[in-house]
Design a protein around this ligand. Structure first.
Ligand SMILES: [Zn+2]
Length: 172
């Protein structure tokens, strides 16, 4: 091997080393730039968050929350007042209803007692007539008052008969 060849080989290896070092250097620089860019972005997002937090100071947050609680409390108070008012109204109505039912019961029993309604369906009385019949029993003249009663439902009786003349319409 001549000295010339040795020289060129040495030169080539030195140049290769320099080239490799340069590529590595470029790579490192590029990486550093990327890291700096990333850190810049992160920094910006932190600054943004700080700005947001500054506008929402603890006082502002507490105030907003307190206002919301106040509104809710007012609503609940209103609702409870309403329900008390409604409960009272309902109780009054229930009392009225109970009174009415009592009166209705009294009236119904009164009507039943006076035969003014059908004993089965409580339909009102339509007709009540009495007529006198004459007859002869064992040579003696007898007379009797017969009461004929007819209700709106069709129920009709005559007090000289055990069976009704016609049945109550609600019965069939
Ligand atoms: Zn009837």
């Amino acid at each position: 091997m001549s000295i010339e060849v040795l020289f060129y080989t040495q030169l080539a290896s030195i140049l290769g080393y320099i080239a490799a070092a340069f590529v590595l250097y470029r790579l490192l620089v590029a990486q550093k730039d990327a890291v700096i860019e990333l850190l810049k972005e992160r920094n910006q997002s932190l600054v943004d968050r700080i700005t947001v937090l500054e506008t929402q100071s603890p006082d502002a947050l507490v105030d907003a929350l307190a206002r919301r609680v106040e509104v809710a409390r007012a609503e609940i108070t209103e609702l409870s007042h309403d329900s008390v008012k409604h409960k009272n109204e309902i109780r009054e109505k229930e009392q009225d209803l109970a009174e009415l039912q009592g009166k209705l019961g009294e009236l119904t029993s009164l009507l039943k007692d006076t035969d003014l309604v059908c004993p089965t369906c409580h339909a009102p009385l339509m007709r009540r007539e009495s007529h006198t019949v004459y007859g002869e029993i064992n040579g003696r003249e007898v007379e009797a008052d017969i009461l004929f009663t007819e209700y709106a439902c069709g129920y009709a009786t005559s007090d000289d008969r055990a069976e009704p003349l016609s049945k109550c319409g609600a019965e069939s």
